[in-house]
Design a protein around this ligand. Structure first.
Ligand code: ZN
Length: 158
């Protein structure tokens, strides 16, 4: 049996924060604002994984009112949700995703993101697609005020 899930996330770009996307630190003068490390891509993937099993979303499972998630490395949360999927007797088949950012350029960091995520989810880097898009200078993302991500995850019963 296979099940599919979709995930979406957006975080505001602000000064004085590190920019971490897909578990990789990206050189930029701004970073994403959030209770955790605000890793927009990992959050979208987590929500897609949870969605595939019709579980509660990331904000319910890891509430931003809980001090223990303050500035937490989102790859730790990803690992926890993967454990949940495994406990339910599923594995991940593949992931497709988009990072939508006007700047900086994501391309140079994507191979490292794939390696990081593949390691945690026990996948090959070939099972993970990460595409970089811009908003053609339109809306909040296009005006460099925020970065968005979408993800689709297919899971399968062992
Ligand atoms: Zn988020």
């Amino acid at each position: 049996m296979q099940r599919i899930g979709i995930g979406y996330d957006i975080h505001k770009l602000v000064e004085g924060r590190d920019l971490i996307i897909g578990g990789v630190k990206i050189t930029h003068e701004k970073g994403l604002l959030g209770h955790s490390d605000a890793d927009v891509l990992i959050h979208a993937i987590i929500d897609a994984m949870l969605g595939a099993l019709a579980l509660d979303d990331i904000g319910t499972i890891f509430p931003d009112t809980d001090i223990k998630y303050k500035d937490i490395d989102s790859t730790i949360l990803l690992k926890r949700v993967f454990d949940l999927i495994q406990k339910k007797g599923f594995h991940i088949v593949n992931i497709d995703s988009n990072i939508i950012a006007q700047e900086p350029k994501m391309m140079p960091y994507i191979p490292k993101m794939k390696t990081q995520i593949a390691k945690i989810l026990e996948l090959s880097a070939d099972d993970i697609s990460i595409k970089a898009k811009t908003k053609e200078n339109m809306d909040a993302v296009g005006m460099k005020l925020a970065i968005e991500a979408n993800a689709v995850v297919l899971i399968e019963k062992n």
